[in-house]
Design a protein around this ligand. Structure first.
Ligand code: HEM
Ligand SMILES: *[C@@H]1O[C@H](CO)[C@@H](O)[C@H](O)[C@H]1NC(C)=O
Ligand SMILES: *[C@@H]1O[C@H](CO)[C@@H](O)[C@H](O)[C@H]1NC(C)=O
Length: 318
């Protein structure tokens, strides 16, 4: 008798344990189906205005999810008594696109007030940015809630720096449940967007021997050797097609034209080389593994049930 009663309890706790089991693509199908066209239209307009914005928005999802899970913590502004993540090392003078998130949030609040979280908005935004720039499309799992706090320390410590070696990248991704295949597939996000000279200077000067000579020479033309000069000058992460979501990032790596140290690390004689070669040879394999990895990244420690809140304004707690 006792065991019969115990069984459902065990099952309930088991299901609660898998928090991502709570996320589902139709979470807003009754409460806010308008979220999809509203997000897509605003992301589309932002990209038409400035193509790079698609890349900037995709990156925000990564920077949110890697810091205590996909909980919208990245979007909280600093206050006199609270320090958020926007000025953490990986985000300072770098993370951008927050105005686009504000515009989306205020439009969504007009149609379905208090229903859609900022954490879910960025998940949809990231998908739409990829699709609009020519990448794959997929159903985004939803139902995340927003944090009531943020951690600059966690942002400093959880988002890997571009100076990372492969071992560090692998363990950093493993610590949030992502495999080496996910690491390579997600790094393929660098098929779009730009990086600042301060983040690739060492790669083109100190580490020159491990890059294609002409590539280092060309990149050096707008990235002076001395620290402090031209630090914010930009270069495309994918020199061939920085505004199209394709597999050229992997072509670059195979040709030793990875812009960041961390980029070239995933094709440098280690266990990740096989995936780089696969994605270089087969764009469809990249597209499907990227989708799978984005969904896994979106499953990192979401707030669900009655945890957190649905923020009315992504920049501050209710
Ligand atoms: C594997 C570890 C990663 C490292 C070390 C890394 C590092 C960086 C750095 C240093 C930049 C340039 C920032 C600047 O100079 O201001 C950058 C840009 C970017 N990253 Fe990553 N990243 C990684 C993974 C990812 C992932 C997983 C995604 C998304 C799925 C992503 C998406 C982007 C995008 C789209 C840009 C361009 C942003 C823009 O143009 O505004 N990165 N990344
Ligand atoms: C359009 O892009 C420019 C930067 O290229 C930016 O300054 C401006 O705020 C954007 N406008 C809108 C409406 O998004
Ligand atoms: C995060 O790193 C920056 C330096 O890049 C530092 O100024 C800041 O104090 C760090 N934040 C915390 C909470 O340690």
């Amino acid at each position: 008798m006792a065991s019969v009663v115990a069984r459902p309890h065990w099952l309930v706790f088991f299901l609660l344990g898998i928090s991502s089991a709570q996320l589902s693509p139709d979470f807003y199908s009754q409460t806010c189906p308008q979220v999809f066209p509203v997000v897509k239209w605003i992301v589309y307009s932002a990209i038409v205005n400035e193509t790079r914005m698609g890349a900037s928005l995709l990156r925000l999802f990564f920077h949110d999810c890697f810091v205590n899970g996909c909980d919208g913590s990245l979007f909280l502004d600093d206050t006199p008594t609270f320090t958020g993540e926007k000025r953490a090392t990986p985000n300072l003078n770098s993370a951008r696109g927050f105005e686009v998130i504000d515009e989306i949030k205020s439009n969504i609040e007009m149609v379905c007030p208090g229903v859609v979280s900022c954490a879910d908005i960025i998940a949809i935004v990231a998908r739409d940015a990829v699709t609009i720039l020519g990448g794959p499309d997929w159903n985004v799992k939803l139902g995340r809630r927003d944090s009531r706090t943020a951690s600059q320390l966690a942002a400093n410590n959880s988002i890997p720096p571009p100076t990372s070696d492969l071992d560090f990248l692998v363990s950093n991704f493993n610590s949030v449940g992502l495999s080496i295949k996910d690491l390579v597939a997600l790094s393929g996000a660098h098929t779009i967007g730009q990086a600042r000279c301060t983040n690739f200077r060492d790669r083109i000067y100190t580490e020159r021997d491990n890059s294609e000579p002409m590539f280092a020479q060309v990149r050096a033309t707008n990235c002076p050797r001395d620290t402090g000069s031209g630090d914010n000058n930009l270069a495309p992460l994918d020199l061939q097609s920085p505004t199209t979501f394709d597999n050229n990032y992997f072509t670059n790596l195979v040709n030793r034209r990875g812009l960041l140290h961390s980029d070239q690390q995933i094709y440098n004689g280690g266990p990740t080389d096989q995936f780089v070669r696969e994605y270089y040879n087969d764009p469809r394999s990249f597209a499907s593994d990227f989708v799978e990895a984005m969904i896994k990244m979106g499953d990192i420690r979401p707030l669900i049930g009655s945890s957190g809140e649905i923020r009315r304004n992504c920049r501050k707690i209710n």
